[in-house]
Design a protein around this ligand. Structure first.
Ligand SMILES: *[C@@H]1O[C@H](CO)[C@@H](O)[C@H](O)[C@H]1NC(C)=O
Ligand SMILES: *[C@@H]1O[C@H](CO)[C@@H](O)[C@H](O)[C@H]1NC(C)=O
Ligand SMILES: *[C@@H]1O[C@H](CO)[C@@H](O)[C@H](O)[C@H]1NC(C)=O
Length: 249
C-alpha cells in the first residue's frame, strides 16, 4: 500500500480513537455506515428514490433521505423546516444563498454521511454529522461567493434571539461582512454549524472528500467517498485487518 494511503489510514485511526474516547456512545453497527439517513428532524427513516426532488436538491433524486416537500421547503427564504432566516442582516446575495441551499440539500438528502453521524442529546434531533470532509473547492467557492454578504455571528447553530419565532441577531452583535466574521474558508465551513464539516485537503473528483455540488448524470460521487471512509473506520476497529492489508502490498 502506498505511503499517502497509509497516512490517511493512521489519521483516521487517530480520529476514530479520539472521537470514541471523548464521547462514549453506542456506535452504529458497521453495516449502518452506508446508505443511511440520520435520525434528525426531517429525515426519512431510510433512503429511497424521490423522482420529484425540487431545484438544487434534484441531484439526489435517485436515492435520498429527504422528501419532496422538504426539498421544496428548504428553497424558501424562511423555510418552515427550522424557521431560519438567512436574511438576518438584510438580503443575502443570491450567489451566496445558493451555497446555503446546497448545504441544506446535502444535510437533508444525502444518504452518504453515515461515517460522520454521531449521537447527540438535543431536543430536536438524536443524531448530527461531525467533521464531514468537505472538498476544498466547495468550501472555497462558498466563502468567496459570500464574502460580501452580511451576518452578525460566526456560529449559526446557537446563540440567536428566537423571541419572535425566527432567528434574530442577539443583543450586542453587529451586522458586518461575512469576511469579518469568517476570515478564512475554513472559519466559514467549519465554524458555521459547529464542525459539521471539516475542510478536506482533497479536491472534487478525488473520491476522498464529500461534494456539496455534483452532476447526477455522472452518478453520486459521495457513494464512493462514504465507502472509503467506512472501510477505513471498520479496519481501524479491527487491528488485524490492517496487518493483513499491509502485508498484501
Ligand atoms: C440527555 O439530556 C437529558 C435531559 O437534559 C438528561 O437527563 C440526560 O442525562 C442526557 N443524557 C446524556 C447522555 O447526556
Ligand atoms: C430579542 O428580540 C426581540 C424582538 O424580536 C427584542 O424585543 C428583545 O429585546 C431581544 N432580546 C435580546 C436579549 O436581544
Ligand atoms: C494539502 O495538499 C497540498 C497540495 O496537494 C499539499 O501541498 C499540502 O502539503 C497538503 N497539506 C496537508 C496538511 O496534507
Amino acid at each position: 500500500m502506498d505511503v499517502a494511503w497509509q497516512m490517511t489510514l493512521l489519521l483516521l485511526l487517530a480520529l476514530v480513537t479520539a472521537v470514541g474516547g471523548a464521547q462514549p456512545r453506542t456506535p452504529r453497527a458497521r453495516t449502518d455506515l452506508l446508505n443511511v439517513c440520520m435520525d434528525a428532524k426531517h429525515h426519512k427513516a431510510k433512503p429511497s428514490p424521490e423522482d420529484n426532488l425540487y431545484g438544487q436538491c434534484s441531484p439526489w433524486r435517485k436515492n435520498a433521505c429527504c422528501s419532496v416537500s422538504t426539498s421544496q421547503e428548504l428553497h424558501k427564504d424562511i423555510s418552515g423546516l427550522y424557521n431560519f432566516n438567512l436574511d438576518h442582516c438584510g438580503k443575502m446575495e443570491p450567489a451566496c444563498k445558493r451555497h446555503f441551499i446546497q448545504d441544506n440539500c446535502l444535510y437533508e438528502c444525502s444518504p452518504n454521511l453515515g461515517p460522520w453521524i454521531r449521537q447527540v442529546n438535543q431536543s430536536w434531533r438524536k443524531e448530527r454529522i461531525l467533521n464531514v470532509p468537505l472538498c476544498k473547492e466547495d468550501c472555497q467557492r462558498w466563502w468567496e461567493d459570500c464574502r460580501s454578504s452580511y451576518t452578525c455571528k460566526s456560529n449559526w447553530q446557537k446563540g440567536w434571539n428566537w423571541t419572535s419565532g425566527i432567528n434574530e441577531c442577539p443583543a450586542g452583535t453587529a451586522c458586518r461582512t461575512f469576511e469579518s466574521y469568517f476570515p478564512t474558508p475554513a472559519a466559514l465551513c467549519e465554524g458555521l454549524w459547529s464542525h459539521s464539516y471539516k475542510v478536506s485537503n482533497y479536491s472534487r473528483g478525488s473520491g476522498r472528500c464529500i461534494q456539496m455540488w455534483f452532476d447526477p448524470a455522472q452518478g453520486n460521487p459521495n457513494e464512493e467517498v462514504a465507502k472509503f471512509y467506512a472501510e477505513a473506520m471498520n479496519t481501524g476497529a479491527m487491528p488485524h485487518g490492517i496487518r493483513a492489508q499491509g502485508s498484501g502490498s
